[in-house]
Design a protein around this ligand. Sequence first.
Ligand SMILES: Nc1ncnc2c1ncn2[C@@H]1O[C@H](COP(=O)(O)OP(=O)(O)O)[C@@H](O)[C@H]1O
Ligand SMILES: [Mg+2]
Length: 254
Amino acid sequence: MDVVLEAHELRKYFGSVRAVDGVSFTLNHGEVLGIVGPNGAGKTTLLNLISGVIKPDSGRVYTNIGGKRIDITGWSPPRLARLGIARAFQVPNVFTGLSVIDNIRAAIIGRKRQYYTLKSYDGGLEGVDEEAWSILGFIGLTDKYALQAHELSHGERKLLDIALALALKPKILLLDEPTAGLSAAEKDLIVNLVKRMKKEAGKSIIIVEHDLDVVFQVSDEVMVMYEGRILAKGHPDIIKTDPKVRALYLGEEK
Ligand SMILES: Nc1ncnc2c1ncn2[C@@H]1O[C@H](COP(=O)(O)OP(=O)(O)O)[C@@H](O)[C@H]1O
Ligand SMILES: [Mg+2]
């Protein structure tokens, strides 16, 4: 299995808090890696380190996107996006005053403008509409195209946030708690979307999730974090029965 992303001994402390304390892992091409763990385990900090939102105290991040191993430690989010690594946020990052379709259009135009400044512009703004509608259909919000983002339900805003990440045409997609605060039915929509982004769109995905059921449904591999470290990593069936993991979640609501 080809590795697309590799973290090596990542470390980030906030004062005496060891948020991420020597984490190494690999993400395989076309697979979904689920990261679980209790609040404060370091999951969001780990995604922040990988997506360039913060820099690690030590450790490296590598990617093999494009066939060659590159060190991307500390790269900014826009630079990572150009390379093919995009991030959706725990708190949706949409423009609340724009319509749903215009949010997606804006994200696509933003991507094209970035290429433009790099002198590798891919053909003007033609195709923006077609692409926007195609992404809208893929996430299942076609009926809601004219609504302003603030008129969407929380679950729909989460879907739109993922759409904005998809508009960057990423090869690797990082999702931070995409089902947080959602109803069971809305969670199913996200589960289905993650599966289709992997199968139909060929994305490699890291999904940070509090909900174990969601993670077990979508992940090829699950990594359990606790106090900044990896407690266990493996196939969902193995992780489900791991005594350390069961002890960690005993008494917690799922
Ligand atoms: N910017 C920050 N400043 C200080 N402490 C932080 C900061 N970000 C996270 N932390 C601390 O690092 C630890 C891990 O946080 P986080 O990565 O958000 O965990 P999770 O996403 O697993 O809930 C927590 O103790 C949190 O309070
Ligand atoms: Mg978090």
